[in-house]
Design a protein around this ligand. Structure first.
Ligand code: CUA
Length: 184
C-alpha cells in the first residue's frame, strides 16, 4: 500500500509527452539493431570458436587428463615440476582448470590440428589465451572440445579470467607452439 495514493485513480492512462514517446521509439529501434547485430556478428564476426560442449564428470575428465599426461609427457618445468606434454599432431590434447592452475603445459606443432579438451575440476574458471584473444568460460561438468591449428611459433600464456578465489590472479598456464621441422 502506498503512503500517498495517487490523486487520480487512473494514473496509468495519462497522456505521454512527445519527447518521451520519441525516446521510447529510439530505444526500441536500437534494441532491434542490437538484436540484428548479434545474428550478423555470429555469421560474419570471425570470432566463433569451433567448439562442441558436452557433459562430463569432473573425475572422468581428471582421469583422462592424467592418462594423457602419462602417455605424452616430454619433460617437466619449474620448481613444482609441471609436466610439459606433447600430443600427437591431429590428436587430442587435454588441459584442466583447478584452483589455482591450468594443467598441464602443452607443446603443439605449428600448422597441425588438435582437438583441445578443456574443463574444470572444481569451480568456474576462464580460459583466456594470450595474446590471441581466445576466451572460453569453463565450468565443472562441462567439457569444451575446440579444434585448433596453431599458426605461429611461440609461447602463449593462459590466464584465468573468471574470478575464482584467493589465487585467481596467479592461475596461469602455458601453451608452446614449436616448428615441427626443428624438432621442438
Ligand atoms: Cu580460476 Cu580465476
Amino acid at each position: 500500500m502506498a503512503i500517498h495514493p495517487p490523486a487520480s485513480r487512473i494514473w496509468w492512462n495519462e497522456p505521454v509527452a512527445k519527447a518521451e514517446l520519441v525516446w521510447i521509439g529510439v530505444a526500441f529501434v536500437w534494441g532491434l539493431i542490437m538484436f540484428a547485430m548479434m545474428i550478423y556478428w555470429h555469421i560474419y564476426g570471425q570470432q566463433n570458436l569451433s567448439t562442441t560442449v558436452g557433459r562430463i564428470d569432473p573425475a572422468v575428465f581428471e582421469e583422462r587428463t592424467n592418462d594423457f599426461v602419462a602417455k605424452y609427457q616430454v619433460r617437466e618445468e619449474g620448481d613444482t615440476g609441471v609436466p610439459v606434454v606433447k600430443p600427437e599432431p591431429g590428436g587430442d590434447a587435454y588441459m584442466l582448470a583447478r584452483t589455482f592452475e591450468w594443467w598441464p603445459i602443452l607443446e603443439l606443432e605449428k600448422g597441425k590440428p588438435y582437438r583441445l579438451h578443456i574443463s574444470s575440476l572444481d569451480l568456474q574458471h576462464g580460459f583466456s589465451l594470450l595474446p590471441v584473444n581466445m576466451n572460453i568460460q569453463v565450468h565443472p561438468g562441462l567439457e569444451h572440445i575446440v579444434t585448433i591449428t596453431p599458426l605461429e611459433v611461440g609461447s602463449y600464456g593462459v590466464v584465468c579470467n573468471e574470478f575464482c578465489g584467493l589465487g585467481h590472479h596467479v592461475m596461469t598456464g602455458r601453451i608452446y607452439v614449436v616448428d615441427p621441422g626443428q624438432g621442438g
